[in-house]
Write a protein that binds this ligand. Structure first.
Ligand code: 2IP
Ligand code: CA
Length: 377
């Protein structure tokens, strides 16, 4: 299934292009940042353009993967539903059509006849991405398409994407907020066990060309399947250092912030936006762990970066399960899985990582955060 990896790298790059185009092209950008209130909201489409951009990216990925791997078509899931209602109260199902013209015509019905915006979006969807420079030669993945399912987060950290703050990245440091935190996430899991086996992350706004050439993206990928563990990011050199560093959501509970300040010290406790971005920080060694005590992330947020962490020898565990277990318990049983819903919940909550999570590269570092949290939560 190395072919699937190469396909996902290409579609993630296309998705990143769509995300960039929506910010670059004025007619799309206006829709993206438009605050719809009162009467205006009623006249316009029911969902906002941000949601349409997400749906379009998700459907494009579904279309391309389903075309090459039909066995996977029924197992491609995402954050958004593709049913839209336009200003006339008509229900429209957003799909990617065979031609750019047909996709533009369909999008125009959701965009209440805005043909300029519809054509710009359709062009980005049907454009071939630049070739992707990813060293996947010689990689074999001993899995078949009928064993696999996919989770897509078209744009994680949407609020940062909309706000669009351009931060200058400092080498070796994480960026607490801004466009860098927005990521396209595509994760592949085993239908039988729910283990994440392959992940592609595209960061559409990684680097801004100083000569005015616009934003360039960066991709990251990993495969973890039996004895095959390959990741485009190398494990940071050296074992766990003396001090542990952690990244949290700024909305994390005070009790968790206090416990981790005592453990890490104030300088090594960091905050960043985006669930996917925080796991990417752990992958890149910018933080050792990401701790989240709330059930506020979903399968589409964690599946892709989880696969990369596994390829590096780490993982993502359910925090509540870890806190409840005796210290001898085996961590693999605590790892998040991706195949079963929370059957007692409705809507998106069915796919919430309800017990919170800890993302880690090194199991000894995972243990060192669980201990201090045990009597606090
Ligand atoms: C969100 C996004 C948020 C994150 C939340 C995710 O996904 O990543 O930033 O909250 O958990 O579900 P926080 O930044 O506080 O960690 P989306 O942007 O796709 O809704
Ligand atoms: Ca998300």
């Amino acid at each position: 299934m190395a072919d699937l990896l190469r396909l996902l790298l290409r579609v993630a790059e296309k998705a990143a292009n769509v995300a960039r185009v929506c910010r670059q092209e004025a007619p799309l950008f206006q829709l993206l940042v438009q605050e719809k209130t009162g009467d205006d909201k009623n006249k316009k489409f029911v969902q906002d353009f941000k949601t349409l951009a997400d749906v379009v990216i998700q459907e494009m990925i579904r279309h391309d993967v389903g075309a090459q791997f039909p066995e996977m078509a029924a197992f491609i899931h995402g954050e958004e539903s593709n049913k839209f209602e336009n200003g006339l109260g008509e229900s429209v199902t957003v799909t990617v059509c065979g031609t750019e013209e047909d996709t533009a015509a369909l999008l125009a019905t959701v965009l209440d006849g805005d043909h300029t915006a519809a054509s710009l979006l359709a062009r980005a969807i049907h454009q071939d991405p630049e070739s992707i420079d990813a060293d996947t030669d010689g990689l074999t993945v001993p899995l078949g398409p009928s064993e696999l399912g996919i989770w897509i987060d078209p744009i994680d950290a949407t609020s940062q994407y909309i706000e669009g703050r351009e931060e200058v990245l400092e080498e070796g440091r994480l960026s607490p907020s801004g466009l860098h935190c927005a990521l396209v996430l595509i994760g592949v899991y085993l239908r039988s066990t729910g283990e994440p086996v392959m992940g592609v992350i595209n960061q559409p706004f990684n680097y801004k060309d100083p000569a005015g050439g616009g934003w360039r993206g960066k991709h990251f990928w990993g495969v973890s399947c039996g004895s095959i563990n390959v990741c485009s990011v190398s494990r940071p050199k050296g074992g766990p250092g003396a001090g542990l560093s952690a990244v949290l959501s700024s909305s994390e509970k005070p009790v968790v912030k206090e416990a981790l300040t005592s453990l890490c010290g104030p300088d090594k406790l960091m905050y960043a936006s985006g669930a996917g971005y925080k796991i990417l920080c752990v992958i890149q060694g910018l933080a050792d762990v990401y701790v989240l005590s709330e059930g506020s992330t979903f399968k589409w947020d964690s599946c892709a970066p989880h696969a990369l962490l596994r390829a590096l020898g780490g993982g993502v565990v359910d925090l509540t399960k870890c806190l409840q277990s005796s210290s001898q318990a085996q961590e693999p049983q605590m790892e998040l899985t991706y195949h079963q819903p929370n059957t007692d919940r409705k809507g998106a909550e069915r796919w919430a990582n309800r017990g919170g999570l800890v993302a880690y590269r090194d199991v000894s570092q995972l243990r060192s955060v669980i201990g201090p949290l045990k009597d606090k939560l």
